[in-house]
Structures are given as structure tokens and as C-alpha cells.
Design a protein around this ligand. Structure first.
Ligand SMILES: [Zn+2]
Ligand SMILES: [Zn+2]
Length: 602
């Protein structure tokens, strides 16, 4: 029996678990699971659910790790570790004690006693939240790499600026760890193996792979009956676990799903295996879909922060609704918009739900007006049969017309089109432009060669409408050398855009060693745009760096790198990335009209 529905609105609510832990997975760059790195997601303590010693222990152990990453005083770290150990051994719940009783427990001082009271009352404590927001989730995630503890991570993060798994992998490859004291070849090898294992464990899907799995869901569940949630909905570049929220009868839906794939049921949770991937199915009554969707979408960090906002107003968020803490009354919401509005906030678009300050802005009704696919007026990166593409110039113009674009820039590879041939291509482009509404522009994706020079001479570049400069060789170069190649290219006044700035191929090839902070700072100086390569196998730049570039006032150029006609539709992935990077239309180069774009490049 479904307890919640049997009791109806306003009944004393004692049912579902709190919101945390409901999200299926998290995005790179976002907050990962917050406590422990074992298999069990830990559900945070809440006032209504008795806070267990385990909850407190987990939080203090996590606090100790965060303090370690932050490079805090060893005594403070040890104090939390000691408190965690002590509480773990107690036979009575600490949440029931007052401050004075708490301080009588060996290893618990006044400050920690206060924090235990705070955990008992709110489910967490302020200092933990503050510290957590000061360290990027992608950094904390690296604790999951064996050989990387808090102390090591502090050095990696503070001294080498390592923020992501890609960063760490490059640093290891470039032997940059060895310059640090205590980092010999042996430690380097351990971390290298740790990264490999970590990658195998994570095993994430590209978005087209996820789409293929979801097509299986669409084939069996009628449209409008379910919503895809999780990191997929948040627009992450890769997806770990898929989750859908279904409005309707649990048994009937599980029955339907079982016709298509193996269904496993465990208590309330149902998951179905389709095309080799698992899809978690969450059920909600239509009147309760708002909070169900919110909780299943995540991210963990976002929900944590939203939980604070709700707690300040006297509510606790659960997948079934908001529970008033004083009375236990359940408030139900059919849509997410209603939940946000109830909490006095603007609706936070899923792509922003990463705890990067969006909740504070939503409370002030000051969220950025994110760029939308319909704002895009053209594509800045396309290949044709003149280089390695499978489409003619004519095909491109037709594709542009079908998409309602004002322009598409032809950017064949400099390595495949000789300078003399480029003049011929320009003549052909002019001829085609007479017949089509979507204007083809004459551009190039010019190589940034291993020695830092460009694939064409300046007089050739000067003749083009738009120039993308990209690294296609010398991937294993030293970080400083590689970074300087890109900086030098940006100094060439003909170069408008740096193509796929990190060179990564999702799931196949990590980024090359490049110091993106230097690249972004230099782009701001030279006025060069950075590409958001919209190919779902690249999605390069990653959202966190888009966000960073935007903050520095750097323009971003969304281009599909289409080699064949169907690939122009990949623009939607690029725009998802842009949205995750907080971009408004003004930040994106190809929201400009044709004339404004030509003015920008000239
Ligand atoms: Zn390229
Ligand atoms: Zn390309």
C-alpha cells in the first residue's frame, strides 16, 4: 500500500526518505556524493528522522577530509577524526543529548558539541556547508582515486591547480607531480593506476548513447507519462545513470516496462535494463510530481542547499512533497515551478542546478536569462568534401536553410586544403550563396602546428571571413609548451576562435595538457573567442570552464564541427553546455546576426 496516498493531503507524514540520495548520479564539475565513497549513498539526517550516530560520524569524517583538502591545521582535522571515532563507539544516540552532556564525552569539546546540536536540529552544520562551497565538487571527487588522500589533494589543488580528473591525468602524464616534494615515481605510478580504475568504475555514457537507451523507454511508455531526470536532464556532457520519473500506477508501469527489458524491483525502487544500461524508475502520483522530479534531478549539492532554504522556512523536502516540520503536514506539488514559487524563488533551470550560487540568485529573482537553441543564428564550424567532410558546400547551404540559419561558416582543415584551392572554394561559395538564403562564409580550421606556427600564412588568413585555430598534433607536449602554442595563436590578429580547446574525446581520449586558466585570461586580453565544440563526442569546453570564461568576459563560439549533414543538429548539445556555463545570448558569438558577426570578425 502506498502510505502517503492512503493518508492524503494534510495527514501526519512519516513516510518517505528525505530528498537527498534520490538523484541517480552527478555531473563532472558538480558536487559528487558528499559522504563517504563507499557503495552506499548516505542519507542525511533530518529533524523528523532521528539523527543517528552514523550520520554524525559521517559528517565529521567528511569535515576532516575537507579540512585536509583546504590545508587546515592538523589539530583541527584530528579533532574531527577523534570525535567521529568516539561517537561511532557510543551505544546511545548523541542527537538526544544537550551541549553540556555532550562535552562530558571524551574527545568532544564545546565547538563540536554545538555542531552536534546543529546536526540534530537541521541535519547538517554551517561550517561544513561553508567549507563545502569553498571547494569545487570535482576536486572532492578526486578523493575517489586511490593514492589521493586529502593531504595529497591539497597539494595537487593548491600548488598545481588540479580541479578535474582530466587535469590530474595530464599532470601525471607530464610528470608534473614530481616537482612536488614527496611525489616520487612510485607515487606517480600509484595515482596513474588509481585514475585508470576510477575511469573504469565511472564508465559514463555519451549523450547519444544515453539518447539511444531513452529511445527504448520512449518506445514502451507513452509520451507525457514520464520525464527524464538526473544528470541527463541537467545537461551534463556525459551521463552515469539514467533516471525517469513516471506519473502513474507503479504495478501497471512496471508490467509495461518488463515487456522491453529485465525489471528489478527492490522495495519502492524499480529499475529496468535496456540496451545494456540501467534506467532507474521513480513513481509519483500526478499531484506530487514536482518534488519527485526535483529530488530525482539533483544535483546533490543543489538539493543540499535547497534543503537549507526549505529548512529556514520550516520545511523538509521529500520526493512526496514539503513536510512542515512543526506539524508534520505534507504539502504537495504537481510541478517544480510550484515548489520553487512556494519557497519564494525563481524556477532554477535544471542546467544550473550544481550549487554554484544559483539558489542565492533564484531567491533574489536574479537568475541569468540563459541562451536558448532558438537564439542561435548560425553555425561556426563545418567541414565539407573539400577536406574530410562527407557533405558538399551545396549540402551545407541546404542544411542551413532547413534550420533557419542566417549563416554557416565553412571551416575545412588547413592541412587538407592548399592555399590555392582555398581561392577556388571561395569562388564556389559565392556561386552557391546566390541560390540560397543561408549564407556560407569562407573560413578555415587552421592547424596550430607543433612548433606554434599556423597552417596558413597571414596573407591567406586575411582573406577569410572567420578563422578557427585548433591543435590537432603534438598532443603529448609539455603543458607549458602546449599552452604557449595556443597563446601564440591567439596573438595572431586573424585568429577569431580557438577550436576544441582541450582536444578531449569523451570516453576515448583525455584532454591534452593545457593550462586553461592561462588560455582564458589571454583570450580576454586578445578578444579571441573560445569554442564550445558541440559534437557530443567532444563537448569541449566543459561547462565549468565555460562558466569561468564567461566570467572573464570571453566570448564563446558554439560550433558543431559537422562533417556530415545530420550533425548540424548537434548544436543542441553545445547550447546545453553553454547553459550549464551560465551563458546568456550575449555570451555566444553565433547569436549575432550575419552583419554583426562580420563586424565582430573584422
Ligand atoms: Zn578540429
Ligand atoms: Zn573541425
Amino acid at each position: 500500500m502506498d502510505l502517503g496516498s492512503a493518508m492524503g493531503i494534510g495527514a501526519r507524514y512519516g513516510g518517505a526518505m528525505p530528498c537527498r540520495g534520490g538523484y541517480p548520479d552527478d555531473a563532472p564539475g558538480g558536487h559528487q556524493r558528499l559522504y563517504g565513497f563507499g557503495d552506499e549513498p548516505v542519507i542525511m539526517g533530518t529533524p523528523e528522522r532521528q539523527v543517528t550516530n552514523r550520520d554524525v560520524t559521517e559528517q565529521f569524517a567528511f569535515m576532516a577530509r575537507l579540512l585536509g583538502i583546504a590545508g587546515e591545521d592538523q589539530y583541527r582535522i584530528a579533532a574531527y577524526e577523534r570525535a567521529a571515532r568516539q561517537i561511532d563507539h557510543l551505544s546511545f544516540p548523541v542527537a538526544g543529548l544537550d551541549e553540556e552532556e555532550l562535552t562530558r564525552i571524551p574527545g568532544i569539546g564545546e565547538r563540536i558539541a554545538r555542531q552536534i546540536r546543529e546536526i540534530a536540529a537541521t541535519g547538517t552544520f554551517g561550517e561544513l556547508i561553508d567549507l563545502q562551497s569553498a571547494i569545487p565538487g570535482s576536486v572532492v571527487e578526486l578523493l575517489g582515486v586511490s593514492g589521493v588522500g586529502p593531504k595529497t589533494l591539497h597539494v595537487l589543488y593548491k600548488k598545481l591547480g588540479i580541479r578535474t580528473l582530466d587535469d590530474l591525468e595530464q599532470a601525471v602524464k607530464g610528470h608534473r607531480l614530481r616537482v612536488l616534494s614527496g611525489f616520487g615515481p612510485k607515487k606517480e605510478e600509484t595515482i596513474k593506476r588509481g585514475i585508470e580504475q576510477f575511469r573504469k568504475r565511472s564508465n559514463r555514457m555519451t549523450r547519444p548513447q544515453a539518447d539511444a537507451v531513452l529511445a527504448g523507454v520512449a518506445a514502451i511508455l507513452p509520451d507525457g507519462r514520464y520525464t527524464v531526470a538526473g544528470s541527463y536532464r541537467r545537461g551534463s556532457s556525459t551521463v552515469g545513470r539514467l533516471a525517469i520519473v513516471v506519473a502513474g500506477d507503479r504495478n501497471a508501469v512496471a508490467e509495461t516496462l518488463s515487456t522491453a527489458g529485465a525489471v528489478t524491483r527492490e522495495n519502492d525502487a524499480v529499475s529496468v535494463s535496456l540496451g545494456g544500461a540501467g534506467v532507474d524508475v521513480r513513481f509519483a502520483e500526478p499531484g506530487r510530481c514536482g518534488t519527485a522530479l526535483l529530488c530525482t534531478t539533483g544535483s546533490a549539492g543543489f538539493l543540499e542547499r535547497l534543503g537549507q532554504v526549505a529548512a529556514e522556512q520550516g520545511y523538509r523536502i521529500t520526493p512526496d512533497g514539503l513536510v512542515e516540520r512543526a506539524s508534520g503536514q505534507l504539502q504537495e506539488f504537481a510541478t517544480e515551478e510550484e515548489v520553487f514559487s512556494f519557497l519564494g524563488m525563481e524556477t532554477v533551470p535544471p542546467e544550473l542546478r550544481e550549487d554554484r550560487g544559483e539558489i542565492e540568485l533564484a531567491l533574489r529573482h536574479a537568475l541569468p536569462d540563459l541562451v536558448d537553441l532558438s537564439d542561435v543564428r548560425g553555425d561556426l564550424h563545418a567541414h565539407t568534401t573539400w577536406s574530410d567532410g562527407r557533405q558538399s558546400l551545396e549540402d551545407v547551404a541546404e542544411a542551413g536553410e532547413r534550420r533557419g540559419y542566417e549563416y554557416i561558416v565553412i571551416t575545412d582543415h588547413s592541412s587538407k586544403v592548399r592555399a590555392e584551392a582555398l581561392a577556388k572554394q571561395q569562388a564556389e561559395i559565392e556561386r552557391i550563396n546566390r541560390r540560397h538564403d543561408c549564407r556560407l562564409l569562407s573560413g578555415s580550421e587552421v592547424d596550430i602546428r607543433s612548433d606554434g606556427t599556423l597552417g596558413y600564412e597571414n596573407r591567406v588568413l586575411a582573406d577569410l571571413d572567420l578563422v578557427i585555430a585548433s591543435v590537432h598534433s603534438g598532443f603529448s607536449q609539455d603543458r607549458d609548451v602546449l599552452t604557449r602554442r595556443i597563446l601564440t595563436a591567439m596573438e595572431n590578429k586573424h585568429v577569431d576562435i580557438i577550436g576544441h580547446p582541450t582536444g578531449r574525446l569523451l570516453g576515448q581520449r583525455p584532454a591534452y595538457a593545457v593550462d586553461l586558466e592561462r588560455v582564458i585570461a589571454h583570450a580576454a586580453t586578445t578578444g579571441t573567442a573560445l569554442e564550445i565544440n558541440a559534437s557530443p563526442h567532444r563537448l569541449d569546453l566543459e561547462d565549468i570552464y565555460i562558466w569561468h570564461a564567461k566570467k572573464e568576459g570571453v566570448k564563446l563560439a558554439a560550433g558543431t564541427d559537422a562533417h556530415r549533414n545530420g550533425e548540424f543538429a548537434n548544436m543542441r548539445y553545445g547550447i546545453l553546455m553553454a547553459r550549464r556555463g551560465w551563458c546568456t545570448p550575449d555570451d555566444i558569438l553565433n547569436t549575432l546576426s550575419l552583419s554583426a558577426l562580420l563586424e565582430w570578425t573584422s
